[in-house]
Design a protein around this ligand. Structure first.
Ligand code: AMP
Length: 402
């Protein structure tokens, strides 16, 4: 069912709009924000609300204060940064519930903005505590969620508060950022363009079992890379040397291989291996699926790169989650970067829709300077994985239907 969007909300003038944003920004040791992109990303939704004359109340978490007030994890610097970005004062209140918040909200004029203090200074936030949700909801007529990255968590600010506002007859909508995530990921799964090629890599099969199971049902081809390939190889009875491998997940890998029978499910046909995960360590390329003891696979090899590039070049839809190797070390990054280039090329040359899951694959595409050459880079690592598993995210489920 389609969810209400920020553009569906009418008569926002003078309404108190509580918007969940993701200002979980990186800070340096002095407390300064080192990357403002999460703040910048919320500008379209905030601009829209300013123009509509809403009273804008922003809430977010920052870091992991675990229910304790920690000045180092205050959102105050975000209020300053947002004010500069909008060229407009942004009020800040050093709490997210209670009398001070009530007073700050009461002082808002139409089009004003208020940022509340870190939600996670209260343990009740992550517990989705009903009384805490009630306190958050008290000052809101309308709710917007523009924080896809936390939508897979049923927290007070993502789920509880929305349910309460809906119960009172208020509307709960997706902000522009959230809407874009739902559009790309939702469309990919509900109505995939074909051929639909899915590329899965990263460290562990166990993190992505449900994604593999779900995508085996939907995708036309699955390309496997990264360390998870060695858990599959081990499950097939090969020696994987010192490669990262989940020995306790071999049965699971076997059952996935069984389910993949008759499907286009590719494992790497060669690999780059090394004696140590370290820049400058000795390397060699081998095609034998058995890896000698003392060596470990750290990237897909040139033959696999060519095979995977060829498959990707035919795609009309690509979903990619997880790097092909230890891309953080340049010596082991070729497979990931070449696949990133193939994904960018098929977007540009074949009109394919290409979606990069959050987390490390997003980092890799940015490192390869190709983020603007693919269709969409998801902002939520865990949230996009759960979406790809076919699960409904609590923060999305809680929004009003169109
Ligand atoms: P994930 O969070 O599951 O997507 O895993 C990403 C991590 O997997 C990155 O830090 C990569 O360095 C790591 N990784 C990918 N391939 C390998 C490999 N062959 N051996 C060890 N680590 C790997």
């Amino acid at each position: 069912m389609a969810k209400l969007s920020i553009t569906d909300l009418k008569d926002l003038c003078a309404k108190r709009v509580l918007m969940r944003v993701d200002y979980n920004v990186p800070l340096d040791e002095t407390g300064a924000i080192t990357d403002e992109k999460r703040i910048k990303a919320t500008k379209p939704s905030i601009d829209h609300l300013i123009q509509a004359g809403a009273k804008i109340i922003l809430c977010s978490h920052l870091g992991r204060p675990k229910g304790k007030r920690d000045p180092k994890q205050s959102l105050k610097p975000c209020a300053v940064a947002l004010g500069k970005l909008l060229n407009k004062p942004v009020a800040f209140v050093d709490d997210c519930i209670g009398d001070k918040v009530d007073a700050a909200v009461a002082a808002l004029k139409d089009g004003d903005i208020l940022l509340l203090e870190n939600l996670r200074f209260y343990a009740e936030e992550e517990k989705n505590d009903p009384a805490f949700s009630e306190k958050l909801a008290r000052n809101a007529d309308v709710y917007i969620n523009d924080a896809f990255g936390t939508a897979h968590r049923a927290h007070a600010s993502t789920e509880g508060v929305a349910q309460l506002i809906k119960k009172r007859g208020g509307q709960c909508a997706a902000g522009f950022l959230m809407e874009k995530e739902l559009k790309y990921l939702g469309q990919a799964l509900a109505n995939p363009a074909r051929p639909f090629v899915c590329i899965l890599g990263g460290a562990k099969v166990s993190d992505k079992i449900n994604v593999i199971e779900n995508l085996l049902k939907i995708a036309d081809v699955i390309l496997i890379g990264g360390a998870m390939a060695y858990t599959f190889r081990k499950a097939q009875g090969f020696n994987v040397g010192g490669s990262l491998c989940e020995l306790d997940k071999l049965d699971l890998a076997k059952s996935l291989l069984e389910k993949a029978k008759g499907k286009k499910f590719y494992l790497p046909s060669d690999q780059l291996q090394t004696t140590k995960i370290e820049a400058g360590a000795p390397t060699q390329i081998t095609q034998d699926p058995n890896i000698t003891d003392g060596w470990q696979g750290v990237d897909i090899g040139p033959k696999t790169i060519e095979e995977y590039k060829k498959v990707v070049s035919t795609a009309k839809l690509v979903v990619w989650n997880g790097p092909m190797g230890v891309f953080e070390i340049p010596d082991f990054a070729k497979g990931t970067f070449e696949v990133a280039q193939a994904v960018a090329d098929v977007t540009q040359n074949n009109g394919a829709i290409t979606i990069i899951g959050g987390g490390d694959s997003a980092k890799a595409v940015k490192k390869a300077k190709l983020a603007d050459k693919v269709s969409f880079v998801s902002t939520g690592g865990g949230a996009s994985l759960e979406y790809l598993e076919g699960r409904e995210l609590p923060g999305v489920a809680a929004l009003s239907e169109k």
